[in-house]
Design a protein around this ligand. Structure first.
Ligand SMILES: *Cc1c(COP(=O)(O)O)cnc(C)c1O
Length: 387
């Protein structure tokens, strides 16, 4: 029988062609962490990902517990090391309880899916991470998006929302492509006025901001202000995974209803062991955070002197918004030639016309590496001005 099964391959070919034509084709490059490139693209803000003490804790954890958890948390994969890590994360963030997830993406999916349904009113900052939008979609809830950081736009949307509906306001803590920090006190005040709960995803703030590295929410803003707090472990803490912190009732609710928690294998226990070590180092070596903030301050002073298009960010995420994607790719290529790896961020990750280099600073960078970055940026700027 002659069955025409060419429709799927055709569909793939059409999408591929459209993506290439738009100049937005995404390709992975092979990276080597011991190669010659200085990495100004990653999220290893404290230099912990390659700290030998974490590697040793992970190796020791694997020898003790094995390479994997072997089951989901609700079957037989929930081990004492997970429980210990949850306790430490709750302490760090000043919350009664915390729940580990395998990734930040899943923590956001699971939390929104478990909290919301088709009747919930969800309000999201326009620049929120994709996983927050996807989580609301998974819940069947419609997300209303407010202008970035605009509390009066948020209030306006809340005023229009049906009176009897539950409301959840959702925001990144530190915006991942812009580096600016949400106004947590302002958001929580608006939420209090409109009987909404506030959920903050502090993926990029945890370990970096706050007096104890407890993030932009942390102990400064308790569960009355921010009932739902998400943090990730694959950025400043250098390992992998994520957690939700909040009341015991919130955590119990997630254990019951968050499908991306229930139906997945528990995080490898060795990763939890390494994360515990990362938390020890976070507490014992505040100089890492100080060094990082010194790098940020120095970068901003010198980049401003060069007239580079800095964004209003005081965090280790320092975007240079260059506008069109071709220009961003040229700058990224020139920096690559100079031995510097930077993020080239285009739509749809950021709005059209706001393509940017996403530079991230780390406590692991030497002063000499920062010098090289600034020198290469200056050369690129001169080359463009001369052309
Ligand atoms: C990176 C990131 C996530 C996803 O975390 P993973 O652990 O990498 O899945 C979620 N939210 C924000 C704001 C992020 O930047």
């Amino acid at each position: 029988m002659d069955v025409d099964n060419s429709r799927w391959p055709l569909r793939l070919a059409e999408h591929a062609a459209a993506r290439r034509e738009s100049g937005l084709w995404r390709a992975r490059r092979l990276h080597s962490h011991d190669g010659p490139l200085s990495d100004f693209a990653g999220n290893d803000y404290l230099g912990l990902a390659r700290d030998p003490r974490l590697a040793e804790a992970q190796a020791e954890g694997a020898r003790r517990h094995g390479a994997g958890a072997g089951a989901s948390h609700l079957v037989s994969g929930h081990l004492a090391v997970h429980e210990a890590l949850e306790r430490r994360l709750a302490e760090l963030t000043g919350r009664p309880a915390a729940l580990l997830f395998s990734t930040g993406y899943m923590a956001n999916l699971g939390t929104l899916q478990a909290l919301c349904d088709g009747h919930t009113q969800v309000f999201q900052d326009r620049l929120n991470h994709a996983s927050l939008l996807d989580g609301a979609a998974l819940a069947g809830a419609r997300s209303r998006r407010f202008h970035h950081g605009d509390l009066s736009d948020l209030s306006r949307l809340l005023e229009r929302a049906p009176r009897d509906a539950l409301r959840l306001v959702v925001s990144d803590g530190v915006f991942s492509m812009d580096g600016d920090v949400a106004d947590i006190a302002g958001l929580s005040a608006v939420c209090a006025d409109h009987r909404a709960w506030l959920m903050i995803d502090d993926a990029h703030g945890l370990g970096v901001l706050g007096e104890h590295g407890d993030g932009c929410v942390g102990r400064a803003h308790g569960i009355d202000e921010v009932p739902v707090l998400v943090g990730t472990l694959g950025k400043a803490l250098g390992t992998a995974g994520a957690f939700v912190a909040g009341s015991r009732e919130l955590i119990d609710h997630l254990i019951q209803f968050a499908r991306p928690y229930v139906y997945t294998t528990a995080q490898p226990p060795a990763v939890a062991a390494a994360t515990l070590r990362a938390l020890d180092i976070l507490a014992a070596e505040p100089e890492r955070r100080h060094r990082l903030h010194d790098h940020v301050a120095r970068f901003r002073v010198e980049a401003a002197r060069l007239g580079l298009p800095l964004a209003p960010s005081t965090t280790p995420i320092q975007p240079l918004v260059l506008g069109d994607s071709a220009r961003v790719m040229r700058w990224a290529a020139a920096l690559h030639e100079a031995g510097l790896l930077v993020g080239a961020i285009r739509e749809p990750t950021v709005p059209r016309g706001q393509a940017r280099l996403r530079l991230t600073l780390s406590a692991a960078h030497s002063d000499a590496e920062l010098d090289r970055l600034l020198a290469a940026l200056a050369r690129r700027q001169d080359a463009e001005n001369a052309a």
